[in-house]
Design a binder for this molecule. Structure first.
Ligand code: MCN
Ligand code: FES
Ligand code: FES
Length: 906
């Protein structure tokens, strides 16, 4: 043990620790300074950054033995507080720098050290600093963070005042479309926004710590699991296997009727087989983390290893055995048929292009690893707190499996450090449920980053072949496609995803005749879960690259070829319905000057350069808002002495559910003349909030925005007096009137059946035109994205900061998808950087956003969604730009330097 005298945030204290303890653990667990976050735990992400004797350190890799006696430590809590904000914290709020907020304390602490050394840095120096100090953000695309530092520096130099950047909304004015700061921003920038691991430190003393025994092979029969030795480890309370599960031990994957499986293929604790690396075989529950780890090491598992099918083609091979015995590896099939048969058209068309494509198993890489806890409340209900972004779905999916009635399972979403869709699937909810039901104790479980990466769902790879035909004038005639979806071993939502193949292949263009077949394939690689864009980036990559190939054959510029073929009045989507609005022409007009200028710039640079080539690529980006068909959401609004409280389950990944809800409520309740501070939000707690559906499919802004509006309207209606004025709270109480009103909204949509795929599935669409400008190094094959531009139409913008934030973040994930990200090699792709997460210097500082705002018919205020469209096809724009620069067409992602180099050599 060590004793140290330290000054922490200006206060002297004495600390007793182990020599090997990490500074991050000591700060968080011994001192309760939970503003310092732990993401990767191995020095890659900077979320644990603190200042030690004036120097920036990553506290997760700083051992206490290295912290000298009398050291001074400053954490986020010492940088500024809510009543005394540091200029960096102010600027971070103003620029929307904290989306999920998990990286925020680390970035602000890091930037403070920079500004203490240099209060007038250039943008490039700021970028160099964050690169050198390894500060990673997965939400913001980094640009707003650099903007924040630049403004903070100006504030510190006295060149501007807070009022110059903090745009106050005049009293009584609408919040719609403004940069009003989200309610959670203050807590996020001061480090007081408690995430799951922070709450985990505040649980009752009888809480058990859970650790998992996980499979280290990808496919096997389970012969035996021996827990006897582990049970004897001091501090271990229990070791659970499938035998201890009180229910069916299966997650319900809510399979489509035409799915050849029953959707009950995912065990909570594996019983007969291991289906993928990381599968949970046992849970060790102990008094503390250390004992739980020790217990894990003592569990003996005997396996019969089977051949593992690590991709769709292998699992589809004739000699492949069934991964789930009794269900074929190809367990779901669908087809699309729009217009005439395509084969004769392909034969006679003037121009035909055909190619095959692969979009990889993109890892989500949130900076916060998965975490949660559970307990049984005094009424016997199972309460589970997690990062779920589908709380009502998840309760339904796990209830029978853990042995509870669905109405007795309640999920609460903790403040969440990004999910990007992986939490559309349940992850640890059922494990927590099993553990707490078996022991009667509260149970806490956190993943480290290795577990987060290797054992949560991933974007499902698509293997696609596609063919398109055009007439001699360059008008699109027909499209044929064939796509196989590698969904890993678990089927949940795999059928839905496969359906996206026909909903978004060729989206944006009037293609009168379409034929295509898709299938979902069971494999032994990471299970498929939603990932931002969900099917659209997978299938728009083929269609947006093939459009370029066809344009070349026709002899047209890719911009003009697209412009000629985009949706115009009366045209229909690939599912044969009219889109909600026709706005692509306007977006192309907005993007045209940027494209023209970029082409000129690239030509100029190409003339001067030998070793490097420059190019420009363009794509249409589209995604739908909603769950397919009549998607529904509910919310409530309650009059209080202070104002109004609004309740919904608009789960927040970090996108800004709070600012969305507040803005809809504030706008609708305008007749009451409420200040924003008078509107309280109660969100994402099934014990209190109604079923608003999941935060997937970019649906909440449109659908739950409407439900929230409906609830507020119903409240207003009840408050209205005959003379048109409104009752006060006291008057409502005096008259004995109900104070709380529900609102519900259902999309007027129809499903797209797996047979033929024709219908009107989405309440709205989001549209974008993306221009990518790249540099390709001819010696190394390395691509650098120099600029991204996105002209978007998401209908009425509800909050400008939120929408800008979505665009920046989505585009930058597109850079990762194009150039670096993958989860394929189980030995290599196990950390954030080895999975290819874009660091600040991998993304351009110039990201240009432009908007048109075409009012949407299905939203009370004319809005659609925003979250996923920016990731629909920016990767295809980059790949098209690489071709434009150097003539190398990468069709299998990611476009790693060696792939581009190989193409150059050819
Ligand atoms: N918005 C707006 N005006 C519009 C459209 C949207 O102000 N016209 C705002 C909304 O109020 C909301 C945000 O933009 O704050 C996104 O709205 P929407 O597109 O409806 O998406 P959801 O709220 O349903 O969120 C889900 C979506 C998805 S599916 C993924 S995946 C995703 C995403 O949002 N994951 C994210 N954005 C993310 N952002 C962060 N920081 N982290 C994630 O994990
Ligand atoms: Fe410490 Fe990532 S660098 S948690
Ligand atoms: Fe940076 Fe979410 S705001 S990781």
């Amino acid at each position: 043990m060590l004793k140290k005298s330290l000054t922490i945030n200006g206060t002297k204290t004495i600390l007793v620790t182990e020599a090997e303890d990490k500074l991050s653990d000591v700060l968080r667990k011994q001192l309760g300074l939970t503003g310092t976050k732990v993401g990767c735990g191995i020095g890659e992400c900077g979320s644990c950054s603190v200042i030690l004797n004036g120097k920036l350190v990553r506290s997760c890799i700083t051992r206490m033995k290295k912290v000298e006696e009398n050291s001074e430590i400053i954490t986020i809590e010492g940088v500024g507080t809510k009543d005394r904000l540091h200029p960096l914290q102010i600027a971070w709020m103003v620029h929307g720098g904290a989306q999920c907020g998990y990286c925020t304390p680390g970035f602000i602490v890091s930037a403070k050290v920079l500004l203490d050394q240099n209060d007038n840095p250039t943008r490039e120096e700021v970028r160099e600093w964050f690169q050198k100090n390894r500060n990673l953000c997965r939400c913001t695309g980094y640009k707003p963070l650099v903007d924040s530092v630049m403004d903070a520096a100006k504030l510190m130099r006295g060149e501007i005042e807070v009022k110059d950047i903090w745009k106050k909304i005049p009293e009584g004015a609408s919040l719609m479309g403004t940069e009003y700061i989200r309610p959670s921003a203050l807590a996020k920038v001061t480090g007081t926004w408690d995430f799951g691991a922070d709450l985990g430190l505040k649980l009752p003393s009888n809480t058990l710590h859970a650790k998992l025994v996980q499979a280290d092979v990808s496919h096997a029969n389970i012969i035996s699991i021996d827990t006897s030795e582990a049970e004897q480890v001091p501090g271990v309370y229990a070791v659970l296997t499938y035998k201890d599960v009180k229910g069916t031990n299966r997650i319900n994957g809510l399979a489509f009727p035409t799915n050849k499986g029953d959707g009950l293929d995912r065990p909570i604790l594996n019983d007969k087989k291991v289906f993928q690396f990381g599968d949970a075989l046992a849970i060790v529950l102990a008094e503390n983390e250390k004992a739980a780890h020790a217990g894990v090491d003592k569990v003996k598992v005997e396996l019969e290893v089977l051949p593992a099918y690590m991709n769709a083609p292998d699992a589809m091979a004739e000699d492949a055995i069934e991964i789930h015995p009794g269900t074929p590896n190809v367990y779901f099939e669908n087809y699309v048929a729009k217009g005439e048969e395509t084969a004769p058209i392909m034969e006679s068309a003037s121009y035909v292009a055909e190619d095959s494509f692969y979009v990889q198993r993109q890892p989500h890489l949130p900076i916060e690893p998965d975490v949660g806890f559970a307990y049984v409340d005094d009424d016997g209900k199972l309460i589970i707190h997690s990062k779920s972004i589908a709380i009502h779905f998840h309760a339904l999916m796990i209830a029978e499996g853990v042995g509870m009635k669905p109405e007795d399972v309640y999920i609460v979403q903790n403040n969440t450090g990004g999910t990007f869709g992986y939490k559309f699937s349940p992850t640890i909810e059922a494990l927590l449920g099993v553990a707490t039901l078996a022991t009667g104790h509260p149970v806490y479980l956190e993943f480290n980053m290795f577990q987060q990466i290797t054992y949560t769902g991933k974007r499902s790879p698509f293997w696609t072949t596609m063919k398109m035909a055009a007439d001699k004038e360059g008008k699109l005639l027909a499209m044929e496609s064939d796509w196989s979806v590698d969904h890993g071993p678990y089927s949940e939502f795999g059928d839905l995803l496969t359906q996206r193949g026909f909903q978004f292949g060729g989206a944006g263009y009037q293609i009168p005749n379409i034929r295509g077949n898709g299938r979902t394939v069971c494999t032994n690689h990471g299970w498929g879960s939603a990932f931002r864009g969900y099917g659209s980036p997978e299938i728009m990559f083929p269609s947006e690259v093939l459009i370029d190939e066809l344009a070349e054959k026709v002899g047209m510029d890719p911009f003009e070829f697209r412009y000629k073929n985009i949706y115009r009045e009366g045209d229909t989507t690939p599912t044969g319905c009219q889109p909600d609005v026709y706005c692509l022409e306007g977006l192309f007009e907005k993007a045209r000057p940027v494209y023209d200028e970029a082409k000129k710039k690239a030509a100029r640079k190409n003339e001067e350069s030998k070793d490097k080539k420059y190019g420009v690529g363009i794509t249409v980006n589209i995604y739908g808002c909603g769950l397919d068909g009549p998607d529904t959401s509910e919310a409530w609004a309650e009059l209080t002495p202070k104002g109004v409280t609004v309740g919904n389950s608009w789960e927040d990944h970090g996108q800004g559910a709070d600012i969305g809800t507040l803005t809809y409520a504030h706008e609708t309740l305008k007749p009451l003349n409420l200040k924003p501070e008078q509107i309280d939000l109660v969100m994402n707690d099934m014990t209190k909030t109604p079923n608003s559906g999941p935060s997937g499919g970019s649906r909440q802004n449109l659908v739950t925005g409407n439900a929230t509006t409906a609830a507020c309207r119903n409240l207003l209606e009840a408050m209205k007096k005959e003379d048109g004025t409104y009752r006060t709270y006291e008057e409502m109480v005096q008259e004995g009137l109900e104070l709380k009103y529900y609102g519900k909204w259902t999309a007027p949509c129809t499903d797209t059946p797996p047979e033929g795929g024709q219908g009107n599935p989405f309440a709205g669409y989001m549209y974008g035109v993306c221009v990518a400008e790249v540099e390709v190094d001819l010696n190394t094959g390395k691509t650098t994205v120099e600029k991204m531009t996105l002209a978007s139409d998401v209908g009425t913008i509800i909050n400008k900061l939120a929408v800008d934030g979505q665009m920046y973040g989505g585009l930058v994930q597109g850079i990762g998808l194009a150039l670096s990200e993958d989860f394929d090699d189980l030995k290599k792709h196990t950390t954030l950087t080895r999975c290819g997460i874009p660091q600040i210097k991998d993304v351009p500082d110039v990201i240009q956003l432009m908007y048109t705002e075409t009012k949407r018919p299905n939203n009370f205020y004319g809005a659609s969604g925003a979250g996923e469209m920016p990731l629909a096809a920016p990767h295809a724009a980059i790949i098209n730009a690489i071709y434009n620069a150097c003539g190398v067409r990468v069709t299998h992602l990611p476009a790693l330097p060696e792939k581009v180099l190989a193409g150059l050599k050819k």
